[in-house]
Write a protein that binds this ligand. Structure first.
Ligand code: ATP
Length: 513
């Protein structure tokens, strides 16, 4: 695949062609930044959610899960700070009439400098061969050090200006860096303005009695307002966590990059309630736990990195992102935030209800501190899907497209294929489907030559193809073909379940965390 852009286009078209993701309302030409998950995409998405839920809720005896409503009392969003501070800085180009996020323009500028660093590293790797020490190179090579200093200076100035709400300085920075509009190529910019990302709606039938509501922009607040209910009814002792998976809505200014930035998306969030003063340890421990979860899926260690926030949100005393190498570069996949007691204290003030915990160990009541892990299901989907899509050169010179999804997440675990559509082979194949379907999502496919069926399943991400041939009638054996190695083995039908189990069982994968 030639370059990043081509690779990304290929990801998007593959997602459509193989029934993973469709544009919403496509017959009406779609709706910007809204997508539908198709038959295979829904299975993959459900498997991702299950993998997270089991890792969080099932494997931790001090974490429980809830499912709170999307609509919440409007004061929730006042208390959380979203009404006043959930803004993105936007800027328009007067020539192209295109709208951008000012911070993203600056970050993209820095990403270009970062590409230069990567080029220097690649050159040096070639030059020095085995003796190359990357860490030493990037900390001592004058050109690379200069690039890095430039990035740091720009980002820290942007961070502090945004924190101080000094939008004029953000605009000045764009001018000073000579950033041009990618569409018009001009520097004819408007001032930077704040734009609230929440979608408003109304509850109630008549215009005068209707109440202004918001579609929730994060699932976390549904956890905070239920903190005491869960703590009391579950008799939870601190430290404990509440997890939730659900939809969130944001009126994103610039919505591009496919399902990476949508206006309706899904989050998997966990709020961990701790004793004040211990938040730093828990923050570090959750950072470690979450990166292990990611690494357990085998997408490659080099594709992840931590990024500490330069600009802390109003509620946080420490925050980091786990970034993933998407086809368009390293971008945020998950956030880990030490949220202090900001949310619970603020809900105490606005609701007039005490949201405290009596800690028997120290005989004290307090508002717990919170460490949050927050990951977008859709971004996780894109990370898994884009990383798995590869084109392989085969020994005979041909190529195959294969979606090397982690077997535990693959929508279909096995395809059962009769070699020919006669001689009783379809009947045996269907019997195998009937038998395996109780444990795994499997499909039957008899159309086209078997080689083409293999290719189809490779492109669909199915880890196993099981072929029934004439020998099956004689000795009740079949061939099982592995997607990634294309290796084929003859095995007894009675062993199929355990062979598939060994490779797709969530338990085995989760044990790697
Ligand atoms: P970004 O800086 O990319 O806008 P954010 O910092 O606003 O993201 P958070 O508020 O920390 O994101 O949300 C937690 C997670 O929710 C993110 O790490 C991401 O995976 C996911 N997420 C946030 N916004 C979107 C979106 N518009 N579309 C899809 N996923 C999203």
């Amino acid at each position: 695949m030639a370059n990043q852009e081509d690779k990304f286009k290929k990801v998007i078209s593959h997602a459509k062609e193989y029934g993973y993701v469709f544009q919403s309302s496509e017959i009406y030409d779609g709706l910007s930044a809204v997508y539908d998950y198709a038959q295979n995409g829904t299975e993959l998405k459900n498997n991702i959610k299950q993998y997270w839920w089991k890792a969080m809720v099932q494997l931790h005896d001090n974490i429980v899960g809830i499912d709170s409503a999307i609509f919440m009392h409007p004061t929730v969003w006042k208390a959380s700070g979203h009404v006043d501070a959930f803004n993105d800085p936007l800027i328009d180009n007067k020539d192209s009439k295109k709208r951008y996020r000012a911070d993203v323009l600056i970050e993209d500028y820095c990403a270009k400098i970062e590409n230069k660093i990567e080029k220097e590293v690649t050159k040096a790797t070639k030059r020095f061969g085995d003796a190359f020490n990357k860490q030493e190179f990037i900390t001592t090579n004058p050109r690379v050090v200069g690039y890095q200093e430039k990035i740091d200076t720009i980002l820290s100035r942007m961070g502090s200006s945004l924190e101080k709400e000094d939008l004029e300085d953000v605009r000045n920075l764009i001018d000073e860096l000579d950033i041009v509009c990618p569409v018009s190529g001009s520097k004819n910019w408007t001032d930077v303005k704040q734009f609230n990302l929440m979608f408003g709606t109304k509850l109630g039938a008549s215009a005068d009695s209707a109440m202004d509501l918001y579609l929730r922009p994060e699932t976390a607040q549904g956890i905070f307002v239920n903190f005491l209910n869960v703590q009391k009814t579950g008799r939870m002792k601190i430290p404990f966590g509440i997890a939730q998976i659900g939809k969130a809505f944001r009126n994103e200014i610039v919505a591009r990059q496919f399902i990476f930035r949508q206006r309706e998306f899904e989050q998997m969030e966990m709020q961990f309630f701790v004793r004040p003063g211990t938040q730093k340890e828990w923050y570090e421990s959750w950072k470690e736990n979450r990166i292990k979860w990611h690494l357990s899926l085998g997408l490659g260690e080099d594709n992840y990195r931590f990024h500490d926030h330069d600009k802390l949100a109003h509620y946080a005393d420490a925050a980091a992102d786990i970034e993933f190498k998407f086809p368009f570069g390293f971008k945020e996949l998950e956030g880990i935030h030490s949220r202090t007691d900001f949310d619970l204290s603020s809900h105490e003030k606005h609701s007039g209800k005490k949201l405290q915990y009596f800690d028997h160990e120290i005989n004290e009541s307090y508002v717990p501190y919170v460490v949050e892990t927050s990951i977008g299901v859709d971004r996780m989907f894109l990370a898994v899907f884009s990383n798995s899509l590869v084109e392989e050169e085969l020994e005979n010179g041909s190529t195959r497209t294969v979606l090397k999804l982690p077997a535990v997440l693959a929508p279909t675990k096995a395809a059962i294929l009769p070699l020919v559509k006669k001689d009783g082979l379809p009947e045996i194949a269907k019997e195998i489907v009937e038998d395996l379907k109780w444990d795994h999502k499997v499909i039957y496919d008899e159309k086209d030559a078997v080689g083409r069926r293999y290719r189809r399943q490779d492109a669909n991400g199915t880890p196993f193809c099981i072929t029934v041939d004439h020998q099956t009638i004689e000795d009740k054996t079949v061939t099982i073909r592995h997607r990634d190695t294309m290796e084929q083995k003859r095995v007894a039908i009675t062993d199929l379940k355990s062979i598939i189990d060994a490779e797709v069982s969530m338990k085995e994968w989760l044990k790697r965390i």
